[in-house]
Design a binder for this molecule. Sequence first.
Ligand SMILES: C[S@@+](CC[C@H](N)C(=O)[O-])C[C@H]1O[C@@H](n2cnc3c(N)ncnc32)[C@H](O)[C@@H]1O
Length: 409
Amino acid sequence: MDVAFPSMRDMNRVFEVLASLRDIIEERPLSPVPPPWCEARGWTEALLRLSDEQVAHCEEHGLAACLPELAGAPSDLVELGRNVLELTVVPAWSGPTSGAGRREKLVAQRKLAQIDRLVEHARELAASSNRIVDFGCGRGHLTRLSAASWDKPAVGLEYDEALVHTASALAKGFRATYVRCDARRQRPKLQPDDLAVGLHACGELGDLLVELSAKAGAKVLLVSCCPQKRAASVREPLSMAARHYGLRFEREVLGLANLTHRRECLAAPLAEVQAARERRYAVGLLLRARGHEHSAVRPMRGLSRRFSYLDLATLATAALARCGDTPPTQGELSKVQARAKVEHAVLRRLGLPRNMLSRLLELGVVLDRAACLAEAGCEVRVAAAFDTEVSPRNLVLLSQLSGTSVLPW
Ligand SMILES: C[S@@+](CC[C@H](N)C(=O)[O-])C[C@H]1O[C@@H](n2cnc3c(N)ncnc32)[C@H](O)[C@@H]1O
């Protein structure tokens, strides 16, 4: 790895800034009423003054990057944006991946690019390990290809039976085996010479991988995602350092860490994504008007997100049917549509400062894991493993017990 990131100082700086922004992170604007954090900082007026073009530009490029050019932006918001950009610079794994663009039967190109990158850059880490344990292996591509490339036995852990089946079928002739288990319940026993790997090991699975590795002294190669995917309603920090800053976050709040404003990662062009969000908001208004207060909080619960790319009448009919209610009238639809247009425009503006903190929160979770391993006597490294086009969830955490390595860390 090229740069020794993060130091304990790097981690503490991120934790400290996150702690100072907790009020923003914890309160996502859900109505056109400006949240207290926005009012208290005096940002409301400047945000509501933004033109539609300015809002779309900020959504596409991130508010932090746009603030210096936004006339009349509050100076403390500009300063915060600068800080966020500075704190979220993470060293990138350098150099092209050898064999870039190669094809593997049955592995999607983007997944293959991720795997190739990990296999290549963690080769030395793997060389000093006796076994690979892949947490949340899915179809087992990383398990299988890393076993072959590193010439090590590998075991993939996965709780979806069908995926274990597929993975096993694909791995005939490879040194890879698969076990169906819920790693939370049947906590895998790791050995000090294991390399625990996870590619997009979501939510609590990533936390578990880190906790078990720290306890066993196993090596770690983890690309995380979706910190909000967990059974518990709150994520407790793993490290003493993050605990010191009180960095415990509700599950719903952690969804912010998964946000991406990169055009290439969106389900549709940005304008269509915003139109779909406005429709979802309109459906929430309709559900509330019909007395389905509980469902109005999450109007899409139980419905595929793709539904919101259809017309409002279809979406609203499906959402009402889910509540056992009759389809909307044309009058109801026109009313909520008009109100949603106005209120959603306000929400987009009020949401900009919070959305600006998404990468910082994502990094905060990764650094909490890194700090947990460091506190257990490990050397840790965090890097951007691949381009965001390959996957926006690209932060990789590597670790090994201090003093055990042949690595040039
Ligand atoms: C985002 S997918 C990643 C799959 C694979 N690593 C990849 O990169 O394609 C996460 C996988 O973890 C599995 N998983 C989540 N929680 C788990 C748990 N507690 N025990 C075992 N597997 C789990 C899911 O079923 C899913 O296949």
